[in-house]
Design a protein around this ligand. Structure first.
Ligand SMILES: [Zn+2]
Length: 328
C-alpha cells in the first residue's frame, strides 16, 4: 500500500515554472480582490484540482485572481480564462506546491470564492482509494453518494442563522451525467454512481477501519469531496466529482506487493484522464443549467430562523447566498 497523496512535487514545480514564464511575458494578469469589491473577473464553470492536478493546459487569456472572502482566503488564487470557448475558474485545492492537508483546507473560502466569481457549476477531481475489488486502480468513479466521517466546518450557516439544506441526493445529476458521458466517450473505465467515504485524515485507514468501511458498502475513500459537495449545495452551485482511483486502500492483501513506481504511474495516468474528461465535459456542457437540476433553488424554504432575528452582520456576511430569500 502506498499513499495516494504521494505528492506530485514534480508536477507542482512544473506549474510554478510555467507560470513564472507567462508572468515574464506579461501573459497573466494578477488581481487582488476583497469580499466587498465586485470589480473582478467572472466565470461560469469551476474546476477544483486535487493531488497531482495543479493546472489545466489550454486555458487561454488567464487572469490570476486572489480573493478575500468573508470566510478568509481560499487555498490559492483562482486561474480564470477560456477553456473550449467557455469561461472557467481553476482552483488548486491543496494550493500550488501542495501545502495544505485536508484538515487545513479552508473549504468554505474555496467554495465561497467560486460563488463570488459567479460560478454556477463546479467539477471536482479527487484522488481516492478503492474499497471494492471491481473498482480497479486507474478507474474513475462518478460518485453520487457520500458518507461523511469528517469533523471540520462544513456549513456557511450558524452565528444566529439556522438553515438546513436537503442532501439526500448530494450530487448534481446533470453535471455527473456529463462527466460520465465524457469519460465513456474517451474510452475510460468510468463507473456511474458510487459512495465516497470521506475521512478526516491525514493518516490513511487502519486495516480494521478499511474492512468496516467495506462492510458499510462504500465504494471509494478519500478526504475532501463530501465537504465540498455540502458547501456547494448551500451555495446553490452544482457539484459533481471524478474520483480517480490510485490503489486498493489497505484492505487488499495482494496489493502490498505493488510497487511505488506503478502507483505513481497510476496517479500520472489518472491526472491525464481527468484533464481530458474536464476538457470534453466543458466543451459539451449546455450554456445554462437544465430542468433535472434543482441546485439553483437548493436554499428555498431552508432558512428557518425568523428573518427579523437574523443578526445584521450575518445577513451582510452571507448576502451573496441568502439575498434572494431575505428581504432586508
Ligand atoms: Zn445542478
Amino acid at each position: 500500500m502506498f499513499p495516494r497523496s504521494a505528492l506530485s512535487a514534480e508536477a507542482s514545480g512544473r506549474l510554478d515554472l510555467t507560470h513564472h514564464k507567462l508572468y515574464m511575458k506579461g501573459l497573466i494578469r494578477r488581481l487582488e480582490v476583497s469580499s466587498n469589491n465586485r470589480n473582478h473577473p467572472t466565470a461560469d464553470i469551476g474546476i477544483l484540482g486535487g493531488t497531482g492536478l495543479y493546472q489545466i493546459e489550454g486555458i487561454e487569456d488567464i487572469e490570476e485572481c486572489s480573493l478575500e472572502t468573508p470566510f478568509g482566503r481560499p487555498s490559492d488564487a483562482y486561474f480564470i480564462g477560456y477553456l473550449e470557448g467557455k469561461k472557467v475558474a481553476f482552483l488548486s485545492r491543496h494550493g500550488r506546491g501542495h501545502r495544505l492537508l485536508p484538515s487545513d483546507i479552508n473549504f468554505r473560502a474555496n467554495i465561497f470564492g467560486f460563488k463570488m466569481l459567479g460560478v454556477e457549476r463546479v467539477m471536482s477531481v479527487n484522488s481516492c482509494g478503492s474499497l471494492k475489488e471491481e473498482i480497479q486502480p486507474r478507474d474513475i468513479v462518478i460518485s453520487d453518494q457520500f458518507f461523511d466521517r469528517t469533523r471540520r466546518p462544513n456549513t456557511f450557516f450558524g452565528g444566529g442563522l439556522a438553515a438546513h439544506i436537503s442532501f439526500a441526493q448530494p450530487v448534481c445529476p446533470e453535471l455527473a451525467e456529463n462527466l460520465y458521458a465524457a469519460g465513456k466517450e474517451l474510452g475510460l473505465r468510468v463507473h456511474r454512481g458510487g459512495t465516497y467515504l470521506c475521512i478526516e485524515g491525514p493518516a490513511f485507514s487502519t486495516k480494521a477501519e478499511s474492512r468496516v468501511y467495506r462492510l458499510w458498502g462504500c465504494d471509494v475513500i478519500g478526504m475532501t469531496s463530501a465537504t465540498e459537495a455540502k458547501l456547494c449545495r448551500e451555495a446553490e452551485i452544482c457539484y459533481a466529482t471524478m474520483n480517480l482511483v490510485t490503489d486498493y486502500d489497505v484492505w487488499h492483501e495482494e496489493e502490498e506487493s505493488v510497487s511505488v513506481e506503478l502507483i505513481l504511474e497510476n496517479l500520472r495516468l489518472n491526472i491525464e484522464h481527468a484533464k481530458a474528461m474536464i476538457k470534453k465535459t466543458v466543451a459539451a456542457l449546455p450554456a445554462s443549467r437544465g430542468e433535472r437540476c434543482a441546485c439553483s433553488r437548493a436554499l428555498e424554504n431552508c432558512i428557518v430562523t425568523q428573518e427579523a432575528l437574523i443578526p445584521p452582520e450575518v445577513k451582510k456576511k452571507l448576502h451573496l447566498l441568502i439575498a434572494k430569500y431575505i428581504k432586508g
